[in-house]
Write a protein that binds this ligand. Structure first.
Ligand SMILES: Cc1cc2nc3c(=O)[nH]c(=O)nc-3n(C[C@H](O)[C@H](O)[C@H](O)COP(=O)(O)O)c2cc1C
Length: 214
């Protein structure tokens, strides 16, 4: 199978893009690693034309404000419905919030999109709690290993391994107890420790509550 991986993050080919990290991990142990291209900065119509020569498109993207980045939407709008039966499309969505329940709307959209484009749908892999990966890759070693295994299984079977998808997708929703722990951590300001460090590094800590558009 001739597969192209597209990174849908606006950060493009940056070491700070978690989608790019996922893409590289996905192909890491493949015998014939797939080509990776970034949607950012590409001409969406030219890229849509380019991917026509592949049997399978896998888009790896973040959620920004609960939705796909606008550049991904623009690219999708440039795709023409397949005229033969041998086309496949799949998605890997990674995002900051822990619960992958947030992904259910985009998953439904992607399943429907595949139908509209006459592509066979490989499915959508969802991973939450991914925002910190580029900052603390060692903490996320297990997640990255799962992505590498997902890529190896994909190369072998041309599908997303159900067991790995299930593991990556947890938790779908937090239990009441877990929610209470997070609420407590929030009240104590523990959730902000990492973010405040980034804000401080960028001299933006005292501007964090600014509301320039109000
Ligand atoms: C402007 C902005 C909006 C975001 N909105 C969401 C969101 O609605 N839900 C979520 O889970 N994560 C959200 N995130 C976190 C990103 O999904 C997360 O950091 C992701 O790993 C970024 O991937 P990238 O580095 O490939 O762009 C947001 C991040 C930014 C910068």
């Amino acid at each position: 199978m001739n597969t192209i991986i597209l990174n849908g993050s606006p950060k493009g080919n940056s070491k700070n893009s978690n989608s790019q990290i996922f893409a590289k991990e996905f192909v890491r142990n493949m015998k014939n690693p797939c080509e990776i291209k970034c949607i950012a900065k590409a001409d969406p119509r030219e890229l849509a034309k380019y991917v026509e020569s592949f049997d399978t498109i896998i888009i790896i993207l973040p959620l920004y404000i609960h939705a796909m980045p606008g550049i991904v939407m623009k690219f999708i709008e440039g795709l023409e419905p397949a005229t033969d039966e041998g086309k496949y499309i799949g998605f890997i969505v990674q995002a900051g919030f822990i619960e992958t329940a947030q992904h259910r709307f985009i998953e439904r959209y992607f399943a429907d999109l595949a139908k509209q484009l006459n592509y066979k749908y490989l499915g959508t892999v969802s991973k939450g709690e991914a925002a910190g990966i580029y900052m603390f890759p060692k903490l996320f070693r297990k997640v990255l290993k799962l992505i590498t295994e997902l890529g190896m299984a994909y190369e072998k079977n041309h599908s997303f391994d159900k067991d790995i998808v299930k593991r990556l997708g947890k938790p779908y929703e937090l239990t009441k107890f877990q929610s209470m722990i997070f609420e407590l951590a929030n009240k104590l300001g523990l959730n902000n420790v990492g973010w405040h460090r980034v804000l401080r590094k960028n001299n933006a800590l005292d501007k964090r509550l600014d509301r320039p558009f109000l």
